[in-house]
Design a protein around this ligand. Sequence first.
Ligand SMILES: *Cc1c(COP(=O)(O)O)cnc(C)c1O
Length: 464
Amino acid sequence: MKRIDNHLPTKELQALDAAHHMHPFTANGELAEKGVRVITQAKGAFITDSEGVEILDAMAGLWCVNIGYGRKELADVASAQMQQLPYYNTFFQTSHPPVIALSARLAELAPAHINTVFFAGSGSEANDTNIRLVRHYWALKSKSSKKTIISRHNAYHGSSIGSASLGGMQGMHAQGGMPIPDITHIAQPYWYGEGGDMSRDEFGLKCARALEDEIDRLGEDNVAAFIGEPVQGAGAVIVPPATYWPEIQRICKERNILLIADEVICGFGRTGNWFGCETFGIKADIMTIAKGLSSGYMPIGGSMVSDEVAAVIGGDEFNHGYTYSGHPVACAVALENLRILEEESIVDYVREDIGPYLQKKWNALANHPLVGEARIVGMMGAIELTPDKANRAAFASDKGTVGLICREHCFANNVIIRHVGDAMIISPPLTLTRDEVDLLIERATKSLDATLVQLKADGLMKSA
Ligand SMILES: *Cc1c(COP(=O)(O)O)cnc(C)c1O
């Protein structure tokens, strides 16, 4: 079999990449000068670069490789499905076994009142679908004024113009004219950064009640839905206070607006249950799924809807769909991924075994002089870097300066840990062993130590 990976020296691969490949979320000019790191293969929790260096991937790619890399079963299923039926659409009164089987399996796994799925090719597409879905839902109920969707600052819901508008990332909104109309944003439940002197629980209530204020401001008859990630991922693994979700739930119910839980990261075991909704006791009308659905082996996403929403939408033609909605190969691979998650009890492993083990070690990083807080749910965690632990102080340097320094040390120590501002975040494969957790913590600690030395040398240990 002809392999095209690593067929050229690294320098030549880098030059071709710089000349022809525009990277997402990247200053491409800068990257071209520095030279991209080329990843050629992966196994379990480790990726390997074109120089043969093995790196522990504590991000599971982009929060998605839940079962770890290199599972041949998924490759075999993809190969078989491509030979039997590589593609067919689901638009014109046709279906196929993989999409049928996956839909039925997802209905079994989802909370009891959610039994229907509309497929997309990604989380972004699925959230675009959700915008149209909730507006169409209210129109069908003769309430077409209910259009506005309320989201949160610093939320991440994707990168298409609709889903990025739902998201609350300032840097994204600053480019290309977002948010689109009829999407608004309220405070995020980010106690460490914004809670001030309030207790976590007080702050959680305050943030949730911002939803009620926003509904009042807009008028209940104009609001279609609220969208939130059970735990904000890209926002820096923001774990909401315990008071937050119950209050959001109460408000959505009382004020007659739909609740969309974006499960793209939290779903499929990440928080120690099949869905983040279970971990946080959320009863959603719609759940967005992607990432861990296929462990990233194939692009696939979807919107799972409650029986009530499905019944209303089913009353009319929904003029919406993607060429790759319910792609047979992606569905077959997702189904195999779900089989592995189930048969190898990986969700239980996260909840009862490796999750608690990682949590204990991760939380202990809070003892490091550079760390102001450690937080973790299931297997998604963050540490906040600070020049002054006692006061949860931010650095005087531009936000992200220190985080980037720390990330570079992690990279140099062969562990992939991402930075969001000056927080460091992890979301490793759910199949991590205890030895691998130990290695992750060892490399993270080494990187924190090196960061502290550099910050002191560069005079960056200063509070804002
Ligand atoms: C990654 C992500 C998305 C977008 O998914 P894509 O597959 O990148 O389009 C949406 N929501 C959340 C919570 C995500 O983390």
